[in-house]
Write a new protein. Structure first.
Length: 595
């Protein structure tokens, strides 16, 4: 039995008969939780151990420490660029946009090789100092693992697709030790707030199991080691009214600059694509060393930067250091990500938020003589607000701070600050960052039928499923000449739109394949334009709904119809058939039974 031929149908009868499809799905969710927990922990340890070892070694080199830290991210960028170019193109960037595209566009199919190379490339990129995070890649890797489980055990297309949010939630849970926030992130980011009770059960199982695995290996702890003091409601908490708008504006600037630079890197053809991450890494090295020198030893610009992040969350940094780290991390992250390196923006966004809030807190402590715990609290408020502004998951932004710090006493100012940051960022830019990244790559999720959900796909325009590059017949040729041309192309269809001439797209009618054969049998060698003169064309416009197009085909008793421009009914845009509509219906509405 080959590996490709293995499926649930090859399992013993007692195993297939004892458990129905829903039970098998839930068991696979448990397996996914275990595997994703192990993968998440392994990825975390690989990056952390390698980074600490490398940069610990660099700082012992004396006069060579600065060159080593400058060129370490650049070397990683060169290696990563070559591997992305020649081995695994999907390993570039965060991994969350790729996961969303696979879920909505490919029924949740992510190759296992993508996960393997994402792990290797992501580890090299982040551990050598590039200013990116591990959480986005963890989501991509875990989603691929979960998707493979579904395919391996013969689940139907929709069940395989449902394994993606399972892996996504388990990955976030393992990365942050935040199972509740992992669930809300999946619904806010992947499902676009379209609640699905069917999906909730599997995601819940996976995130809990992944969190248990993570805690069993790394111990009971918060992902962020923040001060767990209880804060009583006080007037200083009104600082959230300043932190929220500041996070909203700076979060918008972060997104705008990242997308702007990424667009320019993509259009920069004179520089080889594989060398661009090296240029981004060199920028990280120069910025990181500058901040390290002026901040007297803080290297939070490099890699994930959780050590300085936790220092900020405990009120241990002065405002000058916080400002240096914020500016350095801001510039290093947008340049590094825009250059095409491998790594996410989750951790940098949390880092920037903590620095921003910490600046407000440190200034209040210095000039208003408040307790140092206020600086730590403000850093927490900034972390949540900046996350809400950039990632655009407002509910997750509140819960993830609560879960990672185990501190509930700041929930009210946190909610207010996050809400203000979210509203301002949405007002300034309607498209969230992950969707904007997909748009730069030419993928619009909102145009995909799968994005609309099972109930709404019939209301999509017919342009989403029609055949744009259709086979046509020429009006200036006779039936025999058209049939010969069709046979040469090796594409035979039931019917063909007839255009005025071979070099024209002006529609003059429709002809069926059997009609061409009948004309030849009758010895009719007149051009099709003469034969079809006066034919009433049944056509459809590209903005007609799929439901409306189907009704037209059924009422007019035809199997296909040309799609024409609404402004110019003679301009042929494509063709749609009842088979196209039926195929889409089967893809969207098929049951979740095994195939």
């Amino acid at each position: 039995m080959t590996r490709e031929s293995f499926s649930l149908n090859n399992l013993p009868d007692w195993m297939r008969g004892r458990f129905d499809d829903g039970q098998r799905f839930l068991m696979l969710c448990i397996c996914a939780g275990v595997l994703c927990g192990l993968v998440g922990v392994s990825f975390h340890l690989a990056i952390t151990k390698l980074f600490n070892g490398l940069f610990g070694f660099y700082q012992e080199l004396g006069v060579w420490a600065i060159p080593a830290m400058v060129f370490s991210p650049a070397l990683a960028g060169l290696i990563v660029g070559l591997m992305i170019r020649y081995i695994s193109p999907t390993a570039a960037g965060s991994g969350i946009p790729q996961t969303k595209a696979a879920y909505h566009q490919k029924f949740g199919v992510i190759k296992t090789t993508e996960a393997f190379w994402r792990f290797i490339i992501g580890t090299i990129s982040v551990a050598f100092g590039n200013s990116l995070g591990r959480e986005g890649p963890t989501v991509h890797i875990c989603s691929a693992v979960s998707s493979k489980l579904g395919r391996l055990f013969g689940l139907g297309k929709l069940r395989v697709q449902a394994m993606i949010p399972v892996g996504m939630g388990a990955g976030i849970s393992a990365a942050f030790n935040a199972p509740i926030a992992a669930i809300t992130f999946v619904f806010e980011e992947l499902f676009d707030n379209n609640f699905s009770s069917k999906a909730l059960g599997g995601i819940l199982i996976a995130v809990v199991v992944a969190a248990v695995v993570e805690r069993s290996i790394l111990g009971e702890h918060s992902a962020l080691y923040a001060t767990r003091e209880t804060f009583e409601t006080s007037t200083w908490m009104l600082v959230c009214l300043l932190i929220g708008p500041a996070a909203g504006l700076l979060g918008h600037a972060f997104t705008t600059l990242l997308l702007f630079l990424r667009g320019h890197f993509m259009q920069w053809q004179r520089f080889p694509s594989w060398a661009k991450p090296a240029l981004g890494g060199l920028s990280v090295g120069l910025i990181g060393v500058t901040v390290w020198q002026f901040s007297e030893g803080h290297h939070g610009v490099f890699s994930i930067g959780y050590q300085d992040l936790n220092s900020a969350l405990n009120g241990q940094l002065i405002w000058q250091v916080l400002l240096l780290l914020f500016i350095g991390k801001f510039l290093a992250t947008v340049i590094c990500y825009a250059s095409g390196a491998s790594g996410g923006i989750f951790a940098p966004v949390l880092f920037l938020g903590s620095m921003l809030g910490g600046i407000f807190g440190a200034l209040m402590v210095q000039f208003l003589n408040l307790d140092h715990s206020v600086a730590a609290a403000c850093a927490l408020l900034g972390t949540g607000a900046f996350f809400a502004a950039v990632i655009r998951c407002p509910l997750t932004s509140v819960l993830i701070i609560f879960e990672m710090t185990h501190n509930y006493s700041l929930i009210l100012p946190l909610m207010i600050g996050n809400f203000l940051a979210y509203i301002i960022s949405v007002k300034l830019r309607q498209i969230p960052i992950y969707d904007a990244l997909l748009l730069q790559d030419g993928i619009s999720l909102k145009k995909l039928p799968a994005y609309q959900g099972q109930q709404d796909w019939r209301n999509l325009p017919i342009s989403t499923i029609m055949t744009h590059d259709c086979r046509t017949a020429a009006g200036d040729l006779n039936a025999q000449e058209n049939l010969d041309a069709i046979k040469e192309s090796a594409y035979t269809h039931h019917g063909y739109p007839v255009i005025e001439a071979t070099n024209s797209q002006a529609l003059i009618g429709m002809v069926m394949h059997h009609e061409l054969e009948e004309l030849i049998a009758a010895g009719n060698d007149a051009p099709l334009s003469e034969i079809l003169a006066g034919q009433k064309i049944i056509s459809i416009n590209p903005d007609d709904s799929i439901r409306g197009a189907a009704n037209t085909l059924v009422v007019k008793d035809v199997l296909q119809a040309p799609v024409v421009s609404r402004k110019d009914p003679r301009k042929l845009l494509g063709i749609v058939t009842l088979h196209d509509i039926a195929r889409q219906q089967n893809a969207i509405e098929e049951t979740m039974e095994r195939e």
